[in-house]
Ligand binder design. Structure first.
Ligand SMILES: [Zn+2]
Length: 99
């Protein structure tokens, strides 16, 4: 089995990686997430989320549904973008060196 590596990042670090797309990504996650508990509602807001980078350099958001409190997650693909991927790699390397 492939080893899954996820590294927690902060909001400022996400901003560093995605620059101008930051607001768009946050907006997507906050207002366009999916909750299996509340699937009747069209807009689910995610609150209290943590961010991490996965092995593909995509961003994983894990938080709670604002309506019902259930744990929900969302995956935002940014690793396909060369600039973002390079920055994500730099960030990951720096973080791994800290340990
Ligand atoms: Zn919900």
């Amino acid at each position: 089995m492939e080893k899954k590596i996820e590294i927690l990042i902060g909001v400022d670090e996400l901003r560093f990686i995605v620059e101008d797309e930051f607001d768009q990504i946050i907006d997507l996650v906050k207002h366009n997430s999916f909750c299996s508990n509340c699937n009747e509602k069209t807009k689910i807001e995610m609150i209290e989320y943590d961010l991490s980078l996965n092995e593909l350099n995509d961003v994983v958001f894990r938080g709670k549904c604002k309506s019902c409190g259930k744990n929900i997650g969302r995956y935002v693909e940014i690793g396909e973008n060369k600039t973002f991927r390079n920055k994500a790699e730099i960030l990951k390397r720096n973080k791994l060196n800290e340990n």
